[in-house]
Design a protein around this ligand. Structure first.
Ligand SMILES: Nc1ncnc2c1ncn2[C@@H]1O[C@H](COP(=O)(O)OP(=O)(O)O)[C@@H](O)[C@H]1O
Ligand SMILES: O=C(O)[C@@H](O)C(=O)COP(=O)(O)O
Length: 487
């Protein structure tokens, strides 16, 4: 069984989707599963979503090792560390430190890795990372609010984060197939090389790499290589999806904290459709609870039965406005205020009857999932490229987390009509069984208390919020909101 440790929520759902699309019955946990949960019953792949991408390295390492321990207790022998296809990180980490810790724990001699994910427009050639054909440092990722990427050289980026030797597996070797890659890895490992960044331009390259790493204890990368590994994995028999659409017809809302170029395009489309749109302004109101309160007041004032479509609450802005906010509040504080406020808004919307939350942004989705107390999910069909539907437990809302970086251009995406909170009937539709996977699907996992939280169904993963990222007086985590009816 394959175990995946992912550094954020959207990355985790991205990789889970890649595994599911390759036919592996895949379960996704938000946070490290509790010790007495048997997440592997009936699963061929288990994904643990952490919120460690932007945390201090020691926290990211500890969380990743906690996830590894739990996965191993449940029979996982092969581990994939999922990081972002745009290598989102700082010079301190967290990709290098987490790789080092996992490689030591698994006694992995040399680790094959690549952020290449051609399905999402990411390719690696001669160790350079391209985003839709543009070098990473020239792509919109250079403006990321927290991890701006200003270098396209993957060896240079990784070497800044680890002392261990890093080399490339060049495209010619990858193209020569799995045996050639295996030989190159063995030869490099014998010379003491520890990380091999593999070029990959298309799905055939990723499959060659997946087959080459089929027996490796540790492999790493984005969703692309995970798909290659799944292709090489035994099992993979789950080839049909139930046709039911779990996301249809329930009250919906869109929450966006991503400032990616793609998200801004998507928001433009929603505005052009005439949807009610509310922008969070953390400079005008830096208290997360009050900021959330203002947004919920706006939501409550929407006319009942508005045909305009699902309302949108966002903080997404282009680079100019982003820098203005960050100058006023500091980048970390702005992010912390907005993440906490967005979690509170998600909880408030669910309390008002919203049952479908579309969340844009990895950190943002992490806050939403934590605030809603969603602890695990079976993976369903992609609602759109890089936009995942899942059936969560406990189930205050169905959700769909979108990775702005990898999601589809905004063409026809159209959440259903908005039905405002005050006039809603009681509980929304219930999820009677895991969606999509049909009769062979095992029962959903029990709720997963995060280490350090009170065990039991009311607890949920605690996202990382360092004291410096918390707004003054903020508890660091919004209160959990329970579904008004049974899950
Ligand atoms: N207007 C804003 N000003 C400052 N920071 C912002 C603003 N809007 C969003 N952010 C922060 O930027 C970060 C975006 O990260 P994330 O949600 O992971 O999106 P992405 O998937 O695009 O990386 C979050 O921490 C979010 O709170
Ligand atoms: O690999 C990717 O690009 C995605 O799976 C991913 O990690 C998305 O992160 P966000 O852009 O923060 O949503």
């Amino acid at each position: 069984m394959l175990g995946v440790i992912a550094d954020d929520v959207t990355g985790a759902s991205d990789v889970a989707l890649a595994l599911r699309a390759s036919g592996l019955r895949t379960v996704l946990y938000f946070g490290v599963p509790d010790a007495d949960v048997a997440p592997t019953d009936g699963c061929e792949a288990v994904v643990v979503a952490l919120k460690s991408r932007m945390a201090p390295p020691p926290y990211a390492v500890a969380e990743s090792l906690g996830a590894l321990r739990r996965l191993r207790e449940h029979g996982v022998r092969q581990v994939y560390f999922k990081f972002c296809s745009t290598f989102d990180s700082t010079a301190d980490g967290n990709i290098g430190p987490v790789l080092d810790a996992l490689a030591d724990a698994l006694d992995a001699p040399a680790v094959l890795l690549t952020p290449s994910s051609p399905e999402h427009g990411r390719t690696q050639y001669e160790g350079q990372l391209f985003v839709n054909g543009v070098p990473l440092a020239e792509s919109p990722m250079r403006h990321h609010p927290v991890t701006p990427m200003t270098d396209s050289s993957l060896p240079r980026l990784l070497r800044a984060q680890t002392d261990r030797p890093v080399e490339l597996v060049r495209w010619g070797t990858v193209r020569a197939g799995a045996d050639a890659v295996r030989a190159a890895v063995a030869e490099a490992a014998a010379r003491g090389v520890r990380y091999l960044l593999a070029d990959a331009l298309d799905v055939d390259d990723l499959r060659a790499l997946g087959h080459a790493a089929a027996d490796a204890a540790l492999t790493a990368g984005a969703a692309g290589l995970a798909g290659g590994l799944a292709h090489a994995a035994p099992g993979g028999a789950l080839d049909t999806y139930e046709e039911k659409d779990p996301l249809a017809a329930w009250p919906a809302a869109v929450l966006s904290g991503s400032c990616s170029a793609r998200t801004l395009q998507q928001l433009d489309v929603l505005r052009a459709q005439g949807r009610p749109v509310y922008r969070l302004d953390p400079v005008a109101e830096p208290d997360p609870a009050a900021l959330a309160g203002r947004a919920l007041d706006w939501y409550d004032a929407l006319p009942p039965g508005s045909p305009a479509g699902a309302p949108v609450i966002h903080s997404s802005v282009g680079p100019g406005e982003l820098h203005a906010v960050q100058r006023a509040l500091g980048a970390e504080r702005a992010a912390a205020v907005l993440e906490e406020a967005t979690g509170r808004i998600a909880a408030g919307l669910v309390a008002r009857g919203v049952r479908r939350v579309v969340a844009a942004g990895g950190e943002t989705s992490g806050s939403v999932v934590a605030a809603l107390g969603i602890t695990g999910a079976w993976i369903g069909r992609a609602a759109a490229p890089a936009c995942r539907g899942s059936a969560p437990r406990p189930a205050p809302a169905s959700r769909c987390c979108s990775s702005p970086a990898t999601s589809a251009p905004p063409t026809s995406w159209r959440p259903r009509r908005h039905r405002p909170g005050p006039n809603l009937p009681g509980p929304g539709p219930r999820l009677r069984k895991p969606l999509h996977d049909g009769p062979r699907t095992p029962p959903l996992p029990r709720p997963l208390p995060h280490p350090g939280t009170t065990p039991g169904p009311a607890s949920h993963p605690r996202p990382y919020l360092s004291p410096s990222r918390r707004a003054p007086g903020s508890p660091g985590r919004p209160p959990s909101t329970r579904h008004p009816g049974p899950a």
